[in-house]
Design a protein around this ligand. Structure first.
Ligand code: ADP
Length: 473
């Protein structure tokens, strides 16, 4: 029951960043304070050792001044006045015989013989050591010094003061680490929240959009360049999705519209066949119309599939070398009867041959579509001309007409699926011819361009950047 909110919190980026800041800070602070603490400890020990050496010197100065007996007496009296576990003095000769000793009941010290051996082993006239008795709360620092040829003085002092002093720092450092870590948590949380506030805006917009509010956009000006880039990409993606959705809606509308009329006609024919009594010849005529309507529907569906497959890059595109002049001549011959019927002059300016690499069938289809449009959208008495020329390394094929032209506002849309110019509606057609021409041309690494002036005519140009064999006249 409690695990879910904890798991959610653990997955939050703000929480993780804050936790990482805090952990990193706590580790660095602890390491820093540990180093300082050890330095302080070392300094306190050095000071303590200096104090012990001073005490040996003071003892010997007194010996020089007042003699051994008086000095010993004075030391015993002085130590007796203090707590018995604060300081001790021992004087023994080099054979291990104790000459003098303060109250040692509170100390756990080694016998003189052990100290003498250790001093001798050290090879120096004095030796400093830290002693920790099993019953003692604090350690003891002791100096053992050879003060003349056969006397050894040992002075020990409790490290209680040093421990107290270091204890103060230890507590201070612990409190500081906790306090500073808490401050880091607050500051880190603030920084993480501030850094991710733009991301939160992106996520809020995404939620809004998921709820159906497609008009929402993320504010691009933000705190961080990375998030700004994300916001801009996100908005671009949204625009594109909206564009695709709107074109899909248009396509759906167009399909519904374009399918409805032929289907209604087919249904009408079928109904007539059922309800009316007509001669066989009439029925045959109706069957022929049905076939015609069906063919048109099949052609519409096939063209759509063709465009989709070609645009998706899954259609098979041949790469063969063929004579484009032959393709253009055949197309002109195909359309000449129609042009003659409309009293349109169909002129071709072609070299004898011009080889090109591409998919011959696709090229035929593109040129057929352009020629069909040129004749369809040109009034009788006008002209349509077809030409091919080399341009640098490439080839340009143009189909020009002196027809009705395309309004500037329509130009950006003529390659859209199902787009039909307002003035073109009486001419019939599905609005797929140019979409297919563009998809096919691009699948052969070419491009299609148009120049058009209303009431003057249009020129569609197909350009292919490829090494071509020189045109021969
Ligand atoms: P369709 O010809 O079936 O309408 P297309 O995709 O071939 O579809 O052409 C789309 C639109 O572009 C046409 O409806 C027409 O408005 C315009 N168009 C194409 N070619 C020409 C042309 N040669 N002259 C004038 N308008 C043209």
């Amino acid at each position: 029951m409690f695990l879910k909110p904890i798991r959610q919190l653990n997955r939050s980026l703000i929480f993780r960043l804050t936790a990482i800041y805090a952990l990193a800070f706590a580790l660095i602070a602890s390491a820093g304070f540990t180093v300082v603490y050890h330095r302080l400890h070392a300094m306190a020990m050095v000071q303590m050792d200096e104090e012990l050496a001073d005490e040996v010197e003071i003892f010997m100065a007194r010996v020089a001044e007042t003699g051994w007996e008086a000095t010993i007496k004075r030391v015993i009296d002085e130590v007796a006045e203090e707590d018995p576990d604060e300081e001790f003095y021992r004087l023994f000769d080099t054979t291990g015989q104790t000459i003098m000793s303060t109250d040692l009941s509170a100390w756990e010290v080694a016998p003189p013989a052990v100290e003498i051996r250790a001093l001798r082993d050290s090879g120096r006239p004095y030796r400093l050591q830290t002693i920790k008795g099993s019953d003692q709360d604090f350690e003891t620092r002791a100096i053992t010094a050879l003060v003349d040829e056969n006397r050894i003085l040992q002075i020990g002092e409790t490290l209680e003061e040093v421990a107290d002093y270091l204890g103060v720092f230890r507590n201070l450092f612990a409190v500081l680490t906790i306090l500073l870590t808490l401050i880091t948590v607050v500051v880190g949380w603030g920084i993480a929240r501030w850094s991710l506030s733009d991301l939160a805006a992106v996520s809020r917009t995404a939620e809004n959009i998921a709820g159906g509010n497609y008009a929402h956009r993320v504010a691009v000006k933000g705190n961080l360049a990375e998030i700004e880039r994300l916001a801009a990409t996100f908005n671009r993606m949204l625009d594109r999705i909206l564009g695709l959705m709107s074109s899909m809606r248009d396509i759906n509308d167009s399909i519904a519209h374009d399918l409805r009329s032929p289907l209604a006609r087919i249904r009408g024919i079928a109904e007539m066949t059922l309800t009316e009594d007509k001669p066989l010849a009439d029925f045959k005529e109706m069957a022929a119309s049905t076939i015609e309507e069906c063919d048109e529907l099949i052609s519409l569906i096939n063209t759509m599939l063709d465009i989709t497959e070609t645009e998706a890059g899954v259609a098979r595109v041949e790469s063969e070398i063929f004579d484009i002049v032959q393709v253009l001549s055949e197309a002109c011959e195909l359309f000449r009867p129609l042009a003659d019927e409309k009293q349109i002059a169909l002129v071709s300016t072609l070299p004898a041959t011009q080889r090109i690499t591409g998919d011959r069938k696709r090229m035929q289809r593109v040129i057929t579509n352009l020629l069909e449009n040129a004749i369809k959208y040109t009034h009788s008495g006008g002209s349509v001309s077809v030409a091919v020329e080399t341009r640098g390394q490439g080839i340009a094929i143009s189909v020009a007409d002196s027809g009705m032209g395309i309004p500037a506002a329509d130009l950006p849309h003529i390659y859209d699926r199902f787009f039909r110019g307002d003035k073109s509606r009486p001419q019939g057609g599905f609005g797929l011819g140019l979409s297919l021409a563009k998809a096919y041309t691009e699948s052969m690494n070419g491009r299609i361009d148009v120049r058009s002036t209303v009431d003057k005519g249009s020129v569609f140009t197909l350009s292919f950047e490829q090494p071509s064999t020189p045109a021969s006249a």
